[in-house]
Write a protein that binds this ligand. Structure first.
Ligand code: PBG
Length: 327
């Protein structure tokens, strides 16, 4: 017996063709950025226990990986250097070495894959003997303004090596303005600035810190990264970064912060990036390895959800696997 139901939303879900017509959000390789960890040496590929299928790669292998990603339609990579402890100190001296691991890798990438957008992370932690993103004062406090000078010099060094976008992930006050001014003074007016504008003090970064061996030696990052309880504060941070000259703003992590992505998307008119961080990746991988989740479907659903929340682009360790599914 038919009920009289003039409105039946299921009609729009009846066939695959109709579902395609009414789909509101799309996900394709152009939306993805692949984070890569670079280590010293040649032909080295070091597994990361908490990030299955992710590796620290030596420069030669990293270039191959980036080329393969670019061929799949992924426009950009984000680089993170894994340095031996002997190169770390309190002021991140190695971060401005023109022949440092990161700088050499950027040059190699721009040579080998000229069309690829190369993004470099600006923060002290991979270079810091304290494992913090900022300069640690004798009393254990993070000194904001002293850090700005270090970050500005680091950004200029990365731009000199050929980075297309520098991406400060440190959450110091005023760093976007300081970096923009330093880049412009050095003539790098075309180097873009992707700011980790709303970055939370999240436990989901755990596997990343294993990958770089960069966990703080003392204390935590709560005096600079944001409290997970706050969303108004995210808008304040984002608006400041836009005013200081950020070309793109980022929310990080992504999946537990979809509401923040949406609020940021509605508040500003610059492109919004979201970072699907190491812990979000590890959760899906671990469950899939136990046979509890279907990895492929969960990966695509998670990335689509981040797009639906309002992200224009997504940094994700799934970038290559997702691009393979989407092309
Ligand atoms: C550090 C940095 C972190 C990540 C990117 N840049 C870790 C941290 O803030 O401790 C995390 C990325 C991830 O978990 O995938 N400046």
């Amino acid at each position: 017996m038919n009920h009289r139901l003039p409105i039946r939303p299921r009609r729009n879900r009846r066939t695959d063709a109709i579902r395609r017509l009414v789909r509101e959000t799309d996900l394709n390789p152009s939306h993805l950025i692949l984070p890569l960890f670079v280590c010293q040496g040649k032909n080295r590929r070091v597994a990361i226990a908490s990030m299955p299928d992710c590796f620290r790669l030596s420069r030669d292998l990293l270039v191959k990986e980036a080329r393969a990603a670019f061929k799949l339609g992924i426009p950009a990579v984000a680089l993170f250097p894994a340095l031996p402890n002997k190169l770390k100190d309190k002021v991140a001296t190695e971060s401005t070495n023109p022949n440092g691991l990161l700088q050499q890798t950027v040059r190699a990438l721009k040579d080998a894959v000229p069309g690829l957008c190369v993004i470099t992370d600006v923060a002290m932690d991979p270079y810091s003997s304290d494992g913090h993103d900022g300069y640690v004062h004798a009393r254990g406090e993070i000194e904001n303004d002293r850090t700005l000078d270090i970050l500005a010099a680091m950004s200029v060094s990365q731009a000199e090596a050929g980075a297309d976008l520098v991406a400060p992930s440190d959450m110091m006050d005023g760093r976007v303005a300081a970096i923009r001014a330093a880049l412009d003074d050095a003539g790098h007016t075309q180097t873009g600035l992707l700011s980790y504008a709303a970055k939370y003090a999240s436990a989901f970064y755990g596997p990343f810190r294993d990958a770089l061996d960069s966990a703080p030696k003392k204390g935590n990052k709560k005096s600079y990264q944001m409290d997970p309880a706050n969303v108004r504060e995210a808008i304040r941070e984002v608006q400041l970064d836009v005013a200081e000259g950020a070309d793109i703003v980022m929310v990080k992590p992504a999946l537990p912060y979809l509401d923040v992505i949406r609020a940021v998307r509605d508040a500003v008119h610059v492109p919004v990036a979201a970072y699907n961080v190491s812990g979000e990746f590890a959760m899906i991988k671990a469950a899939a390895r136990n046979g509890w989740l279907d990895e492929r479907s969960c990966m695509l659903e998670a990335l689509l959800a981040i797009r639906r929340a309002g992200a224009d682009m997504i940094l994700t360790y799934f970038a290559r696997a997702a691009a393979e599914e989407l092309t």
